[in-house]
Design a protein around this ligand. Structure first.
Ligand code: KIV
Ligand code: ZN
Length: 386
């Protein structure tokens, strides 16, 4: 039996913080329903104290989301927590996500404070949030750059105050996967009460390591990953939901899985991209337009013979109809014959040889030879077609 890693989606909070990605309540709600159908376990709906619009969005999402826990972000102060609790009052499963920076640099420069005072604030905010909801997640902001011994102390104290989930964010995307994994392991081994709570990975992508760090976290005992669709988020973004989900699915030896219906990944990715006006990079893992496209002759020949020669994911598993063969000047005869067959033309070997020369001339001029070009190639060689 595989262990379940909970998926905490923060597309509507950390993802929406990207300049230009702000959504109004109607669009946030539509996306929240899609994410709920996708099967996320926790949906971070917003940061309610930040604006009346965000407060309103969290209320509407709380009223309408039926399966996922609905979570609202707050800082470690009473006013933030009260507003978060108020915005969650209709949620079936409400969660307050409160916390404070724990790294030396945050303590000194952001708060002009000291370690003892930070622990006090952390404890007080968790205890205060517990007055409103049972499920309280604590984030130790910049945990990635926080000394492990101090981090363990903070974690132990907030567990005593009632935290149900400990979020260990690599806020600046600094950690190496080995370091981040060791951090989680250290907490697992050194924090009293840790086995009664869930450890959560929240990784940013400043060095392109967010996904690797999150996976390292769950290998070392975390059981929740905080992520966004398409990996959108502050600066270089957050851990990409579709990547961590498919890594766990494609690697059965990890013995980990999620509750995500992966067949909805592609449509959800498209919806987020459309609503937020953020194009998905073509080479984006799992959901990019080139993720299942093959254009070089060697790969095309292999894929046509057996898809698995160059694909480790069945496109249908993520909601993409099929792999695609793209005709370019790097394509071979096998791909051309395959595409001709798709338009109903079976070429003999001799015909294929002659059309292929014609094809190469065109492919050197155009970046891509499309289906519309195929009849023209056939006409040039006087080959009959429908
Ligand atoms: O990156 C971060 O540290 C955060 C926290 C507010 C959870 O987004
Ligand atoms: Zn973040």
């Amino acid at each position: 039996m595989k262990d379940v890693v909970k998926i905490f989606d923060t597309t509507l909070r950390d993802g929406e913080q990207v300049p230009g990605c702000k959504l109004d309540t109607k669009n946030k709600l539509n996306l929240a329903i899609q994410l709920d159908n996708l099967g996320v376990d926790i949906l971070e709906a917003g940061f309610p104290i930040s604006s009346p619009g965000d407060f309103e969005s969290v209320i509407e999402i709380s009223k309408n989301v039926k399966n996922a826990s609905v979570c609202a972000l707050s800082r470690a102060n009473e006013k933030d927590i009260e507003v978060a609790a108020e915005s969650l009052r209709h949620a079936i499963k409400p969660r307050i996500h409160t916390g404070i920076g724990t790294s030396d640099i945050h303590i000194k420069y952001k708060f002009n404070s000291n370690k003892d005072a930070i622990i006090e604030l952390a404890k007080r905010s968790v205890s205060y949030a517990k007055k409103f909801v049972e499920d309280v997640e604590f984030y130790a902001e910049d945990a990635g750059r926080t000394d492990n011994i101090f981090l363990a102390k903070v974690c132990e104290e907030v567990i005593k105050s009632g935290a149900t989930v400990l979020n260990i964010p690599d806020t600046t995307g600094y950690c190496l996967p080995s370091e981040y994994g060791e951090k989680i392991k250290f907490l697992k081994e050194n924090v009293k009460g840790i086995n009664n709570v869930t450890i959560s990975c929240h990784c940013h992508n400043d060095l392109g390591l967010a996904t690797a760090n999150s996976i390292s976290g769950v290998i070392n005992g975390a059981r929740q990953i905080e992520c966004t669709i398409n990996g959108i988020g502050e600066r270089a973004g957050n851990t990409s939901l579709e990547e961590v989900v498919m890594i766990m699915r494609q690697h059965p030896n990890l013995n980990l899985d999620t509750n995500i219906n992966s067949k909805l990944l592609y449509s959800t990715s498209q919806q987020v991209s459309d609503l937020m006006g953020m194009p998905v990079q073509p080479n984006k893992a799992v959901v990019g337009s080139n993720a299942f496209a093959h254009s070089s002759g060697i790969h095309q020949d292999g894929v046509i013979k057996k898809r698995e020669t160059y694909e480790i994911i069945d496109p249908k598993d993520v909601g993409v109809d099929k792999s695609s063969i793209i005709l370019t000047a790097r394509s071979g005869r096998a791909a051309l014959a395959y595409k001709m067959k798709e338009i109903g033309v079976e070429l003999t070997k001799v015909q294929l040889d002659s059309v292929y020369q014609e094809f190469l001339t065109l492919a050197d001029i155009q970046k891509e030879v499309s289906e519309r070009d195929l009849p023209i190639l056939l006409d040039k060689q006087n080959i009959k077609h429908g």
